[in-house]
Design a protein around this ligand. Structure first.
Ligand SMILES: Cc1ncc(COP(=O)(O)O)c(C=O)c1O
Length: 393
């Protein structure tokens, strides 16, 4: 057989493959796996949203037909109303909001729509993998913007060489950040991003998947709240975490109409969009207040506090995040030389705990593990007992 495309083979080895296959082996052997590897919310979608879907599928067979690919007008309006209410950002439902089959799909296709082979994209490292894999699949060239703890896990735009900045076409950012859990503390960084993007004519793609997964009083901003942001970019939003709808596959892209239009055009050639009954359930979600509620965040908080304190006592270094449902844990010093991939593999084999190796998110994630807080509170107690045994060996 001939070889598959160079674009696909150019993807870096998917570092979660080994973890996934070890996980499969462990499940097959009926081992007791504590799966903290994937950011896959374990709590159910709010009842009203589920009921809306069931009722629509059952009683409105018209919704079984092909959907409106760019999103029904009703959903695009609900998206724009929600952005106004939540972030005080004005958007035109006609051309500044596009429905996606999850923001992952949209980010990958954004790269396809905008990049010609060899064009440069500024990508944070570490990052949610589609931010770099999308670029590779589109034949683009990645310029890494290291995220370092001493810089609050923000990229230092002053370190980007003038020559690179001038030829860069897109920039991907994501705050609250996966995997580092960092958040934007004031509006200076986004202002700097807008200035930089205007100076070099770069399209900013901000991924705001975790805006509602917050602890305490911290309030997540939208990039589009920054003066001038809509001139230079778009924001990707996901319903997966806000409403525990990860498996439903729905998100959206909002912002600059000239940036949104090519994405819409590209998608119109390859997909038919999100099923109508799902779109209507999303309208219900956005118009109601059934987002991750206080109880859900209380549950994440309990898990966060228990596991974070426990990990720190075992020699990991973990800060309590203000947002996201992850812990970004520095591997204890004595295991540092193993690297995060080998560490996570050993951990899974020996303890049944699945975590994501930091290096899977990029080379600057090396030395860290990402734990997702997506299992029952009591399981974190078990996980800490197993970890204690593992690290004291
Ligand atoms: C930063 C970030 N963006 C996007 C996504 C994917 O969201 P969706 O389910 O809408 O594709 C995730 C999922 O974990 C994420 O962490």
């Amino acid at each position: 057989m001939k070889e598959y495309s160079k674009k696909l083979s150019a993807l870096p080895p998917y570092l979660f493959v080994k973890i996934n296959s070890l996980k499969k082996d462990a499940y097959a052997k009926k081992n007791d796996v504590i799966d903290l590897a994937m950011g896959n919310p374990d709590l159910p979608t709010p009842e009203g949203i589920v009921n809306c879907l069931v009722d629509t599928v059952k009683n409105h067979p018209g919704t079984h037909r092909y959907p409106q690919a760019k999103g029904m007008p009703k959903l695009r309006k609900a998206i724009c109303d929600w952005y106004k209410k939540r972030f005080d950002v004005d958007l035109n439902p006609e051309n500044e909001a596009l429905v996606l089959i999850g923001s992952k799909e949209g980010i990958a296709h954004m790269c396809m729509a905008w990049l010609d082979p060899g064009e440069t994209v500024l990508v944070a490292n570490p990052a949610y993998p589609v931010h770099f894999n999308g670029v590779i699949l589109a034949g683009g060239t990645i310029y890494d913007m290291p995220l370092l703890p001493e810089n609050g896990w923000l990229p230092d735009l002053t370190k980007i060489p003038e020559k690179v900045a001038r030829k860069a076409k897109l920039m991907f950012l994501n705050y609250p950040n996966n995997p580092t859990t960092a958040v934007i503390e004031d509006d200076n960084f986004f202002k700097e991003v807008v200035r930089f993007a205007k100076k070099y004519d770069i399209i900013v793609c901000h991924d705001n998947a975790y805006s509602e997964v917050v602890f305490g009083d911290y309030e997540v901003p939208s990039f589009l709240q920054t003066p001038g942001a809509k001139d230079v970019g778009v924001e990707f939003y996901s319903l997966s975490k806000t409403y525990n709808m990860a498996g439903w596959r729905i998100g959206f892209c909002v912002g600059n109409p000239s940036v949104v239009a090519p994405l819409e055009k590209f998608k119109s050639f390859i997909d038919y969009g999100v099923p109508t009954f799902l779109q209507l359930a999303a309208v219900h979600a956005l118009n109601s207040d059934e987002k991750i509620n206080k109880d859900t965040m209380e549950e994440y908080k309990k898990r966060r506090d228990k596991f974070c304190d426990g990990l720190n006592k075992l020699g990991f270094v973990v800060e309590k995040p203000k947002s996201t449902m992850y812990l970004w844990a520095k591997i204890p010093e004595k295991f540092k030389s193993m690297g995060s991939l080998a560490f996570s593999e050993e951990l899974l084999k020996e303890t049944g705990i699945a975590a994501s190796p930091g290096v899977g998110f990029g080379s600057f994630g090396e030395g860290y593990l990402r734990f997702a807080l997506v299992t029952h509170f009591n399981r974190f107690h078990d996980a800490l007992i197993r970890l204690k045994k593992f690290v004291s060996k």
